[in-house]
Write a protein that binds this ligand. Structure first.
Ligand SMILES: Nc1ncnc2c1ncn2[C@@H]1O[C@H](COP(=O)(O)OP(=O)(O)OP(=O)(O)O)[C@@H](O)[C@H]1O
Length: 772
């Protein structure tokens, strides 16, 4: 029984210890922008599906002669890591001083990275694991801060007091990138607004009402438009206005505009330039009279009681309703007003779409998601977070005149929250300086991954990178923000190509994700089936297609590993454990398999060049299982004992087998490395650095059709034997074979030897069949 655990350990250590995958820059380089996994839980089979898809190409490119830069990194700053650490260590910022909190986050993420690192390493990823980056390291913070200052200088990063999206649970600003639509059960409250009836799901925002809106075509309300009504309970007047965006079918057809109940409120507020009434701050409501500093849920109950006691409520309906939520925790978002840092991007939508067009998208249709996202952007990118473990803004403020004070590049990395240096305002001379306490959105740093990776090895001249690989779930976040940053900093695309993988779903149809915890770890699969089988499964979809874990693919992968091993055993046995030297094939069967191999090399290479891994693997499987094993090896079992053909046949068998190993090696690197070394005991390198087989048109031979024909005949004899319930090795006495007599006679020795036919009558005929 093959010991895949031992084989895998041997080779991954060999690759690591011998720096097989370290990058050595040369004339022909290939650079990969690897997704740095967030440190927010354990590795799962979703990763074991998507990362091998990039590794297939990294390994393939190396064999095609490229110096491949395949870096490794962890994304360990920001909200996902904080939440993970808070759960692991049961700490919160409320019970831990900031300095200690940051230290604990750092410590837990470094610890967790060891496990993650091992898990990725075990799947045979050929990244340069010795030189990885962390987005929370001083190195990354410095670059992230430098790039932020670059955006300030370019007037692309700005601070503004404006509406912003906030998550009440995570108690931070978030951006449009982190929002997700969800259907929730809620109550629709019908309120008599002193003459006009409105319906709202946000009654607690009544004290922030600044207008009533109706549809201009709604006959029921035409007479109200332009008049004013008093807000129930609060008693101040608001105008009744009209806008075509109001849905006449929802509720009563009239709605209150509050600052801000939802995104639509914000849009109307901006469109009509209405004055705001802000009662929601830090996720609590304070209207100064009825609701004093209450959480949203309590405030809702309080105002409904108040409205009911004064007979303003007409009815309350239970409804299901679509809301924007924070994708990390599922809490409906709120919109407040406060000072936040933004990256200005709404004015460059066309340029960003144009940039998207300059990049090759694989598969092509995934670009639509990017286009739709850019077109639908409604907010500049809010990058400040009221959190703690993240890249600090290198910024202070003068408490006297409000001047923004920026760190000098030579001071970076700097954490203004912990920095004791005395500073003075250059504008007013005050030394009353306060630090920015917010940190940056984690995407503000991971969007710089091409810069981080290339600066880490001091090779910025390799910008733009060749390829980005990532899941489709993060096109609107990671892909979008990376393209945006590249445009703003360099006026250049970040990579020439972006390859999008599908997602692995759990049995309930949810995307598997570390932070959700709905995961299957790869470890048990690797122990039972081997990492090669797991990687084989990763090659069973088209790019971008989603998948569930399928046992039959793991089994098929495992069987392929065993079949490769058994094939080598057989040819080693036929060759008495001595691999013969190379020869040019002369005999028809050797020419036939060589021809089939050349055709396979051509096809597989074309597919690999197009990132069509599944098609490449299917083509290779067909060649290996059907042509090489089922037919060629069966045919040569006898042939190889004949002196005149022996050397040539064994030489062909070996060289074709080695090409099969080479073509499988990007997908199944462990078994192919093992068998390549077994076949070549004096070889001291890695199959992963061997040249990929090259198509050679001169090795396409005419005998192909004849042997194809003979294989058709063999299949008929196989069928006959099955019908007769005979084993394939059982002798068959007399056979009347109708068919192309010339070809059959030329190859009769193969038919007789392979199918154990004692005697055979050949009858020339147009149709091929057996008379028995
Ligand atoms: N279920 C999945 N199937 C396929 N690829 C995935 C899956 N989950 C994550 N990936 C890919 O792995 C890479 C790293 O993702 P990440 O570390 O954010 O994983 P995650 O499990 O989604 O984590 P989190 O839950 O913290 O968001 C990305 O390219 C992402 O598209």
């Amino acid at each position: 029984m093959i010991d895949t655990v031992a084989i895998e350990k041997k080779w991954k250590d060999y690759w690591f210890n011998n720096n097989i995958f370290a990058f050595k820059k040369g004339d022909k380089n290939y650079t990969i922008d690897t997704p740095p996994p967030t440190v927010s839980g354990k590795m799962h089979v979703g990763h074991a599906f998507s990362y091998p898809q990039q590794d297939f190409i990294a390994r393939y490119k190396r064999m095609k002669g490229y110096n491949v830069f395949y870096p490794w990194g962890f994304d360990d700053n920001g909200l996902p890591t904080e939440k993970f650490v808070e759960k692991e260590r049961k700490v919160t910022i409320d019970n831990t001083p900031l300095k200690d909190y940051i230290e604990i986050c750092r410590e837990v993420s470094r610890e967790s990275e060891k496990g993650l690192y091992q898990a990725w390493y075990d799947t045979g990823i050929s990244a340069d694991f010795k030189n990885y980056i962390d987005t929370s390291s001083d190195f990354s913070i410095k670059i992230s801060q430098e790039m932020f200052l670059d955006l300030v200088a370019k007037k692309r990063a700005y601070r503004d007091e404006a509406p912003y999206i906030t998550c009440p649970t995570c108690r931070t600003a978030i951006s449009q990138i982190e929002m997700k639509d969800a259907i929730i059960s809620t109550e629709l409250v019908y309120i008599n607004f002193n003459g006009i009836e409105i319906a709202t799901t946000r009654p607690e925002m009544l004290g922030a009402c600044v207008a009533i809106f109706v549809n201009p075509d709604d006959e029921r309300f035409k007479k109200f438009v332009g008049t004013t009504v008093n807000v129930p309970v609060y008693g101040y007047p608001v105008k009744v206005m009209s806008d075509p965006s109001i849905d006449m079918e929802f509720g009563t057809g009239a709605e209150m505009l509050c600052t801000f109940g939802d995104q639509h409120d914000l849009e109307l507020w901006k469109k009509y330039g209405i004055k705001a009434r802000i009662i929601l701050k830090n996720n609590r409501i304070n209207d100064g009279s009825v609701i004093i500093n209450m959480p949203i849920k309590d405030a809702r109950k309080k105002i409904i009681d108040e409205l009911q006691s004064k007979n303003y409520i007409i009815k309350i309906e239970k409804i299901k309703h679509s809301v924007n939520t924070h994708e990390r925790c599922g809490t409906p978002i709120e919109i407040g007003i406060s000072k936040q840092w933004y990256i200005k991007d709404l004015d460059i939508k066309n340029e960003l779409i144009e940039f998207g067009n300059k990049i090759e998208w694989v598969p092509g249709h995934m670009k639509t998601r990017y286009d739709n996202w850019v077109t639908g952007l409604k907010w500049d990118w809010c990058i400040s977070r009221q959190r703690y473990f993240g890249v600090p803004f290198p910024v202070w403020y003068c408490d006297n005149c409000g001047e923004i004070i920026l760190a000098g590049n030579e001071e970076l990395p700097v954490d203004p929250r912990l920095d004791n240096k005395k500073r003075k305002c250059e504008k007013c001379g005050s030394d009353n300086i306060v630090p920015e306490t917010d940190v940056m959105d984690t995407w503000a740093t991971s969007s710089l991954s091409p810069t981080l990776y290339l600066k880490h090895i001091n090779q910025m001249d390799l910008y733009p990178m060749d390829s980005r690989f990532q899941g489709h779930d993060i096109i609107t976040s990671w892909a979008f923000t990376t393209i945006l940053r590249s445009y703003l900093h360099y006026g250049e695309i970040p990579w020439r190509k972006i390859v999008i993988s599908g997602n692995v779903y759990d049995p309930f149809g949810q995307k598997m994700s570390k932070s959700k915890g709905n995961i299957v770890e790869p470890r048990a699969i690797i122990e039972n089936y081997g990492a090669d089988a797991l990687r084989y499964w990763a090659s069973t979809t088209m790019q971008g297609e989603n998948i569930k874990l399928r046992e039959q693919d793991l089994m098929r992968g495992r069987k392929t590993v065993i079949k490769l091993e058994n094939s080598l055993k057989l040819i080693m046995m036929l060759a008495n454990n001595k691999k013969p030297g190379n020869t040019i094939p002369e005999f028809p069967v050797n020419r036939w398999i060589t021809t089939k191999m050349e055709r396979t090399i051509k096809e597989v290479t074309e597919y690999m060049e197009n990132n069509e891994i599944m098609k490449a693997r299917i083509s290779l499987d067909k060649f290996f299982w059907n042509e090489y094993c089922d037919n060629y090896l069966e045919m040569i079992k006898n042939e190889s004992s004949k002196d005149d053909r022996r050397d040539e046949t064994l030489s062909t068998a070996f060289s074709v087998f080695e090409n099969i190993l080479k073509m499988y090696s990007p997908i199944m690197p462990f078994i192919t490395e093992e068998l390549f070394h077994q076949a070549n005991p004096s070889f001291s390198g890695s199959i992963g650095l061997e040249p990929y087989p090259e198509f050679d048109g001169q090795m396409i031979y005419n005998e192909e059709n004849e042997v194809d024909y003979i294989i058709g005949v063999i299949d008929k004899i196989r069928n006959l034997k099955s019908q007769m319930k005979l084993s394939m090795a059982a002798p068959l006495d007399i056979l009347k074979l109708h068919g192309d007599a010339k070809i059959i006679q030329k190859y009769d020795y193969i038919l007789e030897g392979m199918m154990h036919i004692n005697s055979m009558e050949i009858i020339n005929s147009e149709d091929t069949y057996i008379e028995n």
